[in-house]
Design a protein around this ligand. Structure first.
Ligand SMILES: [Zn+2]
Ligand SMILES: [Zn+2]
Ligand SMILES: [Zn+2]
Ligand SMILES: [Zn+2]
Ligand SMILES: [Zn+2]
Length: 261
């Protein structure tokens, strides 16, 4: 009898934890540190999730050949030292420039999400010999260090792909733009906040080591010219069926969370 009770409690605890993680992944920091009431949570989901599933932005740091050397994820730091998920990533209409991805942390002067690679766990050094951390978050990232006349962060760091860091750019794309570039998208769009460029577990690995198509670089000429439309259509139809399936799953999940409250 008592063991039955315990099992019941464990299951309850587990589903409470699931519900909490689900809440965190969906809401991120949008509740400003105070949990939404069930009503506020429902209203938030109704407003934000459909928008997110339609306008999710894929953010990648790409080299001169179009390889996604780094797919930006929720935890990937910005030059302003805050993480991607602390920046504005929900939009009613998709945006195409990283300068729209403003940092939401009060007082941060970040001029839009800006990825700067690290050298292992070390922040990169600028040509002025000071660390990236000593530079302003406002573009063009002048050095704060005393008596330093550096007026913009510059590094000679070479990425694993062989290109200099400076030869890379941060791409902000819609699902469609990414498909047109021949790069992988999520099988279905998750309802979660700030997914950036993540499409799976291997997304966190550097581009030149990643095993999916995001490390392929520029699509072949054949892909762009000949069968490209039919391939896009095929990919789109696959993803559409995934999306309708995922919507069903999410509706189920949402009604489940409702029952729990
Ligand atoms: Zn920032
Ligand atoms: Zn910031
Ligand atoms: Zn500098
Ligand atoms: Zn300096
Ligand atoms: Zn690279």
């Amino acid at each position: 009898m008592s063991s039955e009770n315990r099992i019941h409690l464990d299951q309850h605890a587990a589903s409470s934890i699931d519900a909490y993680f689900e809440y965190r992944n969906i809401v991120g920091d949008d509740d400003n540190g105070t949990l939404f009431t069930p009503e506020e949570y429902e209203a938030y989901k109704k407003k934000v999730i459909p928008q997110r599933m339609q306008n999710r932005l894929y953010v990648s740091w790409t080299n001169s050949e179009g390889m996604d050397c780094k797919l930006i994820g929720p935890e990937t730091p910005c030059f302003c030292k805050h993480r991607y998920k602390q920046h504005k990533t929900d939009f009613e209409l998709p945006v195409s420039s990283a300068s729209s991805l403003k940092c939401k942390v009060a007082g941060c002067l970040c001029s839009g999400y800006n990825y700067i690679p690290k050298n292992g766990s070390q922040a990169l050094k600028c040509h002025c010999k000071h660390s990236a951390l000593e530079h302003s978050a406002v573009s063009p990232n002048a050095c704060h260090s005393r008596k330093c006349s550096c007026n913009g962060f510059q590094t000679s760091y070479r990425c694993g792909c062989g290109d200099l860091a400076a030869a890379h750019k941060l791409l902000v794309e819609t699902r469609q733009q990414r498909l047109e570039r021949g790069h992988p998208v999520a099988k279905f769009e998750p309802p979660y906040a700030a997914m950036g460029g993540l499409t799976g577990l291997s997304s966190l690995i550097d581009g030149y080591m990643r095993l999916d198509e995001s490390g392929v670089g520029c699509p072949t000429k054949e892909f762009l010219e000949s069968a490209s439309t039919s391939q896009n259509e095929r990919q789109m139809s696959v993803s559409t069926s995934y999306q309708s399936r995922s919507k069903q799953a999410i509706t189920k999940k949402l009604s489940k969370t409702k029952q729990m409250q």
